[in-house]
Design a protein around this ligand. Structure first.
Ligand SMILES: O=C(CO)[C@H](O)[C@H](O)COP(=O)(O)O
Length: 136
């Protein structure tokens, strides 16, 4: 599975996330440090269908989520613990996961990735709701 990842800064959490993604998926790392440009590149990679999922990190995780969600077809969700990450997939069919690189411990970030990628697809009960925002 192809995943596209980018962070606008680096630290132990970012390198841990990158290493996890590279070990488990065919991963492209986007080398941009402006969070709006980085987010757009990752979001377009997902919206265009080249990558199944995107992962973004910035200081807060909020700017990248807001920016990625400007691209039609992208459903970016900010997660800070695994329950949020899992249910962003299950209940929102999130296709981009964002996290704060400043406020997420590396092991928690990996747990979020595991939870996010463990979900095969959206809960069928939620599909009618998700369909209302698909393509927006
Ligand atoms: O968290 C962020 C956006 O939500 C950014 O990472 C933070 O604002 C730093 O950005 P810059 O390096 O452009 O000052």
């Amino acid at each position: 599975m192809k995943v596209i990842f980018g962070a606008d800064d680096t630290n132990e959490c970012v390198t841990t996330v990158a290493a996890y993604l590279e070990a488990n998926f065919e991963t492209r790392i986007v080398d941009l440090t402006s969070w709006p440009e980085l987010s757009e590149a990752v979001a377009r990679g997902v919206a265009d269908g080249e990558y199944r999922f995107g992962v973004l990190m910035c200081w807060t995780g909020t700017g990248t989520a807001i920016s990625a969600n400007k691209v039609p077809g992208v459903r970016a969700a900010l997660a800070w613990e695994p329950w949020i990450a899992r249910n962003a997939r299950l209940w929102n069919d999130a296709n981009v996961l964002t996290m704060s690189l400043k406020r997420t411990a590396p092991d928690v970030a990996v747990d979020c990735l595991k939870a996010f990628f463990a979900v095969d697809g959206p809960d069928p009960e939620e599909v009618p709701q998700i369909d209302k925002i698909r393509g927006r």
